[in-house]
Design a protein around this ligand. Sequence first.
Ligand code: URA
Length: 231
Amino acid sequence: MKLRLEKYLVECGVASRRKIKKAIAEGRATVNGLVEVNDATEVEWGIDVITFDGIIPQKKELKYYIMYKVAGYITAMEDMHNRAIVAELLPDFVDKKSVSPVGRLDKDTEGLLLFTSDGDLSYTMTHPDKKMEKTYYVELDREISEEAISALESGVKFDTDYVSLPSKVEYLTPKSIHLTITEGKYRQVKKMLKAVKNKVTYLKRVQFGNLTLDGMNPGDVREISREDIHI
Ligand code: URA
């Protein structure tokens, strides 16, 4: 199957898409022995010989993992201040140098965190235009009213005057709900509940797109395939 030179090099993991486009324009890639400056030139795995900076790069196997994050860890792969980081929760079978978390969860938030070496997928899943659904199990300080539920569903105003997009609320008990949002502003769920004069006491992401924590226990990490992610 033919693909663009730029995509071929992205799949080899030689650099980010943006850097690859620039490098191709600078004449750092060759196709069958000739310098190729057009990133849209079509090439084929196993047929065309591609070099990048003089080396024949190999296709990188892209990896995908679901983590059931526990509280107490910040969403980062390294930290200058020596705080506990989610990278510490990744087992040895994960190549920590090649994967990154897709989006973030607060230190005290638990639940589903996806890790991948697939930069394109990560970009797509976190892009606001994609409106990926994320469902949170939320425990509250005060009983939730019908008015608060309606307000959350239609959109609430943050301290910054930003108004959240419509969301879905599933009432569970007087002090717990499932909240499904399609945006990912910093501390989005906590801000939404604050806007209706309540407070989150426990937060867990239970679903990200079609992915769930089914069959997983706190702290578990499991490998999935690209096909498991429906996007
Ligand atoms: N919203 C929050 O407030 N915190 C999270 O960790 C995720 C969503």
